[in-house]
Write a protein that binds this ligand. Sequence first.
Ligand code: ZN
Length: 352
Amino acid sequence: MSSDQRRPGEILADQRRALARYLSCEVAPLSRHYGPVLERTGLRGGLASLDELARIPLTEPAELTDQDAVVLRPRDGNGAVGSLELRGRILWARLTRGPAHADREIIEPLYKPVQWIEHGGYLLGYTAEDLERLADLGRRWLQLAGLRRADRLLNVLAPAAGLPHWQLVLGCRRAGVAATHLGAPPDEAALARLSPTVLAGTPGDVERTLEVAARSGRRLAHLRTVLVAGAPPPADADRAHLAGLAGVDGDLAVVAAWAPPGARAVWAECRTGDALHTWPDSEVVEVVDPGSGRPVAEGQPGELVWTALGWRGTVLLRLRTGERGALVRSVPCATCGRGTPRVRRSTGVAGA
Ligand SMILES: [Zn+2]
């Protein structure tokens, strides 16, 4: 079932159940950093409501000095990892095919990071399964932006942009959208040949690409969507500037994607929406008062705090992101009707 069709209340109930299972079956036994933390909070046995997450102390970026300590590592020897079903599979494989087979065929695909992706100063480990998840969140990003399978996407976001680049690459493939990943603004001839319907890049890269088109006298006549990523969502005036540069008539939307440093996938605006849809099956987002660290009421601005849900590889809980925003999660989106929680980023000073 597409999680987008659930009502906000159903999403929050699913999120609580998934988080309880995740903390007790994955993070507590497999994270060197968070195992003892969860032990002290008494949350190893699960949590009765999402509010109980606040019993876990906030993670300050400065305390993450040992990258390996926040990567989930299956304990060797005893097979005591994951759910009951997984432990059963591992035990059976060890008995029938030997420990090496169980490690290689079951534990490694689930727990070995196979790609490290940079996001805002964090180098995050992704397992093979995590990359499948990132691909699906990339697909949903494109779906929220209103892309169609017939679209032709030109990605000028550099691979050095890290997370948004990879989420877009994987998402295009998953969504079946034809894409050219150039990693930099093209010259006039290449741009005319590609004639994209979707242009993706940082606001600066998009601006340079549209200027190339304008200089050549050949506007991108088929362009209908601009995806901006790799930077915080631009202000309305900057979006209007990009749309003006594109100079195409009719339905051109500038749609942003962004998430605070440390998050495992970027969030995505829906087309013509004014907030970023988060991924409640993959994370828990909170907003806290930056001074006291206590959660604020829904819709109130504060510091964004990010918690992984279901990811393996690098797992961070209640990470202080240093970014400001407000979260709405109890009512559906007024633009697209989806029930997923949304964040509106703000640039004000602490608590403003
Ligand atoms: Zn929406």
